[in-house]
Design a protein around this ligand. Structure first.
Ligand SMILES: [Zn+2]
Length: 253
């Protein structure tokens, strides 16, 4: 049960029809894994913390570089050289002292990654690493955990919500073959427009809150593509690939 301070703090959410006290209590009880505390993870972590998600696990092995500050708004001037998860955790606990924060500072892979996914309610993919993206997709499917995946490069952003509990949901592997791993583009090579990562990271938080609270209708299996230069959105229905090695019924058996 929420106390009076919590009822006041989250009142603007609780008063929303369809959100209510039940939705807030579900958020407070929820545990989210955020993989990557860069441009996407920064706004996502801020909004999940502010909205009252009870527990966050922050995973990133990287340290803050001066070139990150242009878009990774959870890191400040004085954080250059500091581990990103430590820098982020300091800001998030200042924002909401009740949020329980766990930090993973080693590379998330193999058994460690599977354990991290198995122990949470939802995963936010905020990484720019395709190998990690595919591993998160596979683990989320194995443990039936919803996955909200975002990406932004140059002036283009994309968002995909995957929910293995939904029989109509496709997965990340249905969209991309693992051969893209070798040809991956990164912001360090291609550049990225600063607020674009804020748009996509914020939408990741929005979809996560909908999935956790039961509010609205999450954009499951609909690939959202954003062209920032033209300000155009495209929404594509993603169908489950019949031969997908991760999510097809055949591979599940
Ligand atoms: Zn699939």
């Amino acid at each position: 049960m929420m106390n009076d301070d919590q009822l006041l703090r989250y009142s603007r959410q609780i008063m929303l029809p369809g959100f209510d006290i039940d939705g807030q209590e579900r958020l407070l009880a929820a545990h989210v894994l955020i993989v990557g505390l860069g441009g996407l993870g920064a706004p996502a972590a801020f909004y999940l913390t502010a909205a009252g998600v009870g527990t966050l696990t922050l995973a990133d092995f990287d340290s803050v570089d001066v070139t990150n500050l242009q878009r990774q708004i959870v890191h400040f001037d004085a954080d250059v050289g500091r581990l990103k998860v430590e820098s982020a955790a300091a800001k998030l606990s200042a924002l909401n002292g009740e949020t329980v924060l766990h930090c993973i500072t080693d590379k998330l892979e193999g058994e460690r990654l599977r354990e991290a996914v198995a122990s949470v309610d939802l995963v936010l993919d905020c990484t720019d690493n395709f190998t990690v993206r595919f591993a998160l997709n596979t683990a989320c499917w194995e443990f039936r955990k919803p996955l909200v995946s975002g990406a932004a490069i140059r002036g283009e952003g994309q968002l995909l919500v995957i929910d293995p509990r939904d029989p109509d949901s496709a997965c990340y592997r249905c969209l991309y073959d693992e051969s893209v791993t070798g040809s991956q583009l990164t912001c360090s090579e291609s550049g990225v427009l600063s607020p674009l990562v804020g748009v996509i990271g914020t939408l990741e938080a929005l979809e996560a809150i909908k999935l956790l609270s039961g509010y609205g209708r999450p954009a499951v299996s609909r690939l959202q593509l954003f062209d920032a230069a033209a300000h155009e959105w495209r929404s594509l229905k993603l169908r489950r690939a019949p031969d997908c090695p991760v999510c097809s019924r055949r591979s599940a058996i």
